[in-house]
Design a protein around this ligand. Structure first.
Ligand code: IVH
Length: 671
């Protein structure tokens, strides 16, 4: 097959497979047999392998995954992703509706929707193609998870470009259907793996999986709930949802009452009552009902508060609750020495899972609720993975019960516990010799966001520690092949992987090393700030409280914690050891700004460049004190445009009057 023929066939196959997909997943009809579909997909895959120049990032082959993401790039949302104001009270829904009625002369109309319990997603389509999918993040900035979203069968990768706006954003909720979630857990049970707690958190975790093949295998789904088009294209939300459906999106079906219109509060209440019962039979989880004003004119008039629109409200169903027997209370010791009391419950079914443990938070909580072993307690599972004990059914308290006595010595090393002023948690102060603190710290040290040591996990850390091979993080770098191989269940290959992983971690940047040490209150962001300011470990170790608090966003609490850490002779010894092993104890020159010429300036970089690659340009911006942002807004200072920059981006920059500069202009700017 020659190149031309290949290009044509690739196009043909892509169109056909997109069509089959759409019919299968959105319209529930099979146009071809599974075998035929697979054969065509294989043909396309092979052609793409031979002629990679014709491979499109929205090709149907991307559905099966394969692309890996080592990091999800941060992207600023074009419009912030707000949240909804929530209520558990029907009265408040009534009040909200009353207020709207008073503020508007017109006849009101509402759209009622389910509140899908998943993760919000924002997707951008340009010229009919999915170009970006971003998580909600903090509402302002999210993470680019496009590769993973492309594997979700009901998310269209291409649309009829003539039928849809040139550029638009569509938002919705990605969720884990219950059937798929239960199957996944059944499989994990068979494999002896820990079970996932609930569909929502698992959907969120899956979406951030680095391997898009895993995402493809999970069977996530997505419902859409809002469209943002630049021009005024629709009068109402209901109309927009209908259009989305016609364009090829999975909008919630009206036939199944997933969405409905209402004219007054009675109709709203009817919908809520219907779903409070019927939700038990849904193939996915919902946590409430969303009520939205239908017409966009009125939505605009009502506007927003800082956090949420005034034109919508969510009624939340009460979280599932059960009561069960509290059989025992045990205590866990974390890596910082913090003690957490854990309730051991008589196993009970709650919202689809079996619950045996619940957090009791701290001593105050136990005292306040007067929780005693032998009590029948109320347990609730909200959004969190770990269920909460809410209180005690006093009517069922046994006569001989007595108040619970909180421990005063560490359950692991028997050291007397301390409680710092103003803190709710008890701590075990024996940080250098209390076993779970040592292994916990090492586990933190090796974790992905810290030293990212491949081939080493929690169990192996435990094993190495029990064998007396490691007592601190520094000992990892003294491990030798024969010692590790002598451990149980260690094969030559795994030992080599482990040692390679340890060796590779020596090139982790200084800020990661700083975070890895696990100093109290020094999380990733603080570690970055400290690294940027002090530039090396010696300077940081020597800095007194005054010097520390002079750094932006470093307060007294962090400063004292750092001083305490560095003044401890055991820590000093360990740091010396790590330094000798060759860890990065200073920022690399290339991590430092080379000038501050671009200080405070934000750039959007778009298109293809000739002198530098796009990533090099972005690095140069940061090295010169500037900031990269994902999308153009009023606050953007420059748009750095290369070849093939999207026309809609150009237009947006022009509309907002933002200077558009070329690669050459930029080079002059920093030279
Ligand atoms: S509309 C201004 N509709 O609930 C907010 N949100 O706190 C516009 N959600 O994270 C959102 N189902 O992801 C809307 N039918 C629905 C929804 C829905 C679930 C989520 C959404 C957001 C949260 C709102």
């Amino acid at each position: 097959m020659n190149t031309e023929e290949a290009q044509k066939r690739i196009q043909e196959l892509s169109q056909l497979l997109h069509k089959y997909n759409r019919h299968y997943y959105l319209l529930n009809e099979s146009l071809v047999s599974d075998q035929e579909f697979d054969a065509l997909l294989r043909e396309l895959q092979e052609l793409e392998n031979h002629f990679p120049q014709f491979k499109n990032e929205n090709s149907p082959t991307q559905r099966v995954g394969g692309a890996l993401s080592d990091k999800f790039e941060k992207v600023k949302h074009e419009h912030p992703m707000l949240s909804l104001s929530n209520t558990y009270s029907l009265e408040e829904i009534q009040d909200w509706e009353d207020r709207l009625r008073k503020s508007s002369e017109e006849d009101l109309e509402y759209v009622l929707e389910l509140k899908y319990d998943g993760v919000a997603i924002s997707m951008i389509y340009e010229n009919g193609a999915l170009v970006r999918a971003v998580t909600r993040g903090d509402g302002q900035t999210g993470e680019d998870v496009t590769k993973n979203v492309r594997t979700i069968s009901t998310v269209p990768l291409v649309l009829d470009a003539n039928a849809v706006p040139e550029r638009f954003e569509i938002r919705g909720e990605i969720f884990f259907p219950l059937k798929e979630f239960n199957e996944l857990n059944e499989m994990r049970q068979l494999e002896g793996l820990e079970l996932y707690a609930n569909p929502r958190n698992t959907a969120s975790g899956t979406l951030k999986n680095q391997d898009s093949k895993v995402v493809a295998s999970r069977g996530l789904d997505c419902f859409l709930y809002s469209i943002h088009v630049g021009e005024k294209r629709f009068e109402s939300h209901f109309e927009a949802l209908q259009a989305a459906r016609e364009w090829g999106f999975k909008a919630p079906p009206a036939e199944k009452k997933y969405v409905a219109k209402a004219k007054n509060v009675e109709e709203i209440m009817e919908f809520i009552q219907y779903w409070d019962e019927a939700r038990k039979d849904l193939p996915f989880e919902i946590d409430g009902i969303v009520i939205k004003v239908n017409t966009f004119d009125l939505q605009e008039m009502l506007g927003m508060t800082a956090k949420s629109p005034r034109w919508a409200i969510a009624y939340k169903f009460k979280a599932a609750q059960v009561s069960t027997l509290l059989e025992d209370i045990s205590y866990q010791v974390g890596r910082t020495g913090a003690i957490t009391p854990v309730a051991h419950l008589k196993a009970v079914h709650l919202a689809g899972t079996v619950v045996k443990r619940a957090s009791l938070h701290n001593a105050d909580q136990i005292e306040k609720l007067d929780i005693r072993i032998g009590d029948t307690v109320f347990v609730e599972k909200g959004g969190e993975i770990i269920p909460k004990v809410l209180g005690v059914n006093l009517a069922l308290r046994p006569d001989n019960s007595s108040p619970h006595e909180y421990i005063d010595h560490c359950p692991e090393c028997q050291t007397a516990l301390i409680r710092r002023e103003g803190e709710a948690q008890h701590y075990c102060p024996n940080e250098n010799h209390c076993p779970p603190q040592i292994t916990g710290r090492i586990e933190h040290f090796i974790s992905r966001k810290a030293m990212n040591i491949d081939g080493l996990g929690g169990e192996t850390v435990e094993q190495l520690w029990k064998a007396g091979l490691i007592e601190s993080c520094a000992d990892l770098y003294h491990l030798n092949y024969d010692d590790v191989l002598a451990l149980e269940r260690m094969a030559e290959k795994s030992v080599q992987n482990l040692l390679n992983g340890i060796d590779a971690s020596k090139s982790q940047a200084f800020e990661k090393v700083l975070f890895a040490l696990g100093i109290r209150y020094v999380g990733e962001t603080v570690a970055k700030k400290l690294a940027k300011h002090f530039k090396n470990m010696d300077a940081l170790q020597e800095a007194d409280v005054e010097a520390l608090v002079s750094v932006d966003e470093i307060g007294e609490r962090i400063a004292h914690s750092l001083r305490d850490y560095f003044e401890d002779p055991e820590h000093q010894k360990m740091l010396e050891d790590l330094k000798v092993s060759g860890l990065q104890f200073e920022v690399e020159e290339s991590d430092l700004p080379q000038s501050d010429q671009l200080e405070g300036k934000s750039f959007v970089v778009s298109g293809v460049f000739s002198v530098y690659s796009r990533n090099e340009i972005k690095a140069l911006i940061e090295q010169n004190g500037g900031k990269n942002v994902g999308s153009i807004s009023k606050k953007t200072d420059y748009v750095l445009a290369g070849d093939k920059m999207g026309p809609s981006k150009l237009k947006k920059a022009e509309d907002l009057g933002i200077p558009i500069i070329s690669e050459q202009d930029f080079i002059e700017m920093i030279s």
